[in-house]
Design a protein around this ligand. Structure first.
Ligand code: FES
Ligand SMILES: [Fe+2]
Length: 350
């Protein structure tokens, strides 16, 4: 695949077919505004508790449905009270119509598919090409989840995803939380298959660091390109396991909201899930200023900027290949490319 297939326009087109988070589950007690790939949306829970995502703009006179209220299974516009069904987007009620009045057939907004998983609400603007993953490494765990406060970051969502699963920045960005981590990154065991990438990193306890109060950890990274990255922390049989998820969501090409969360396994003895959330919040807050200083603001997949890589970037390079693979697979599924995704990301990475 040529790099021109990864221009911002082509990526935007492809990412219409990827699931992204648009809200935390706990926040949709009232309708919430969201923007995904420049599309304004409203996220709400209907009368039966099902999460719904529709366009935010009312097609009557442009009212903001996120300022509206839920009426049964509909979202009601704050301007003239038109109601739209959360599942179909069809206008279900126009208060100004006399008894028996006909709802115009074009009175419809777009409604999108929704999945709630990992404490978050996910949607896809087009037909999803990949399923939302069920990571096998947590299948046997009994997790208690906490969704973190989402972080609005002035950088692209791929740059945020890369940062989450980068190990070489620990001693420079995370000295306050992680302590004096050895800057040498060695023994990275990285594996990729299609859009999935795995890596393991051994974090040795640094007694002065808040982050490592619990002890040494085997950090098992698993990413699903383009925007899902996870870490299973295994502290050994005495202390147990905890889990960390990162779901940066593209507001636009160079802006994202980093949705993320933590979970502890039932046998975890390294602190409460709220303790873990507090420590990881510190870590995330250390990353944001660095992310916002990046040039360019998004990973230059089309070769827009010159970059040089070192061996410690092997996971990043594999994540980029996985992203290219994902985009290629989407383009193929959409009939936009002749090339087979069967090449498994056989593409050139800078
Ligand atoms: S603008 Fe929404 S009902 Fe009029
Ligand atoms: Fe970081």
């Amino acid at each position: 695949m040529k790099q021109d297939a990864l221009t911002p326009e082509k990526l935007r087109e492809a990412y219409q077919h990827v699931w992204f988070v648009v809200a935390r589950s706990q926040d949709i007690v009232t309708p919430q505004s969201a923007t995904l790939l420049d599309q304004n949306l409203v996220v709400f829970r209907d009368s039966s508790g099902v999460a719904r995502v529709t366009d935010r703009r009312c097609i009557h006179r442009g009212g903001n449905l996120a300022d509206g209220v839920v009426a049964g299974d509909n979202i009601a516009c704050p301007y003239h009270g038109w109601q739209f069904d959360g599942q179909t987007g069809r206008c279900a009620h126009i208060p100004s119509l006399p008894e028996g009045g006909r709802i115009p057939p074009k009175a419809e907004i777009k409604a999108y598919p929704v999945i709630e998983r990992f404490g978050h609400v996910w949607t896809c603007l087009g037909d999803p090409v990949f399923d939302l993953p069920d990571p096998p490494e947590i299948a046997d765990l009994e997790l208690e989840w906490r969704s973190a406060e989402p972080i609005h970051a002035a950088c692209g969502f791929m740059a945020a995803t890369e940062n989450f699963r980068d190990m070489a920045h620990f001693p420079f960005v995370h000295e306050p939380s992680m302590g004096e981590v050895d800057p040498v990154v060695s023994d990275l065991d990285v594996k990729r298959d299609g859009r999935e990438v795995w890596a393991t990193y051994y974090y040795e306890q640094i007694p002065s660091a808040k982050f490592s109060a619990v002890g040494d950890a085997q950090m098992q990274y698993h990413s699903y390109a383009p925007g899902i990255a996870t870490i299973l922390y295994d502290f050994g049989p005495e202390t147990g396991k905890r889990y960390l998820v990162d779901f940066p969501s593209p507001v636009s090409y160079d802006k994202c909201i980093i949705f993320w969360g933590v979970a502890t396994d039932r046998d975890f003895r390294g602190g409460s899930v709220d303790d873990i959330l507090a420590v990881e919040t510190m870590v995330f807050n250390e990353d944001t200023p660095v992310l916002e200083g990046l040039e360019p603001k998004e990973v230059p997949l089309a070769g827009q900027a010159f970059e040089v890589s070192a061996p410690a970037d092997v996971y990043t390079l594999n994540y980029r290949r996985a992203t290219q693979y994902a985009v290629q697979a989407i383009q193929q599924a959409r009939g936009l490319t002749e090339e087979a995704a069967a090449g498994n990301g056989r593409v050139q990475v800078g």
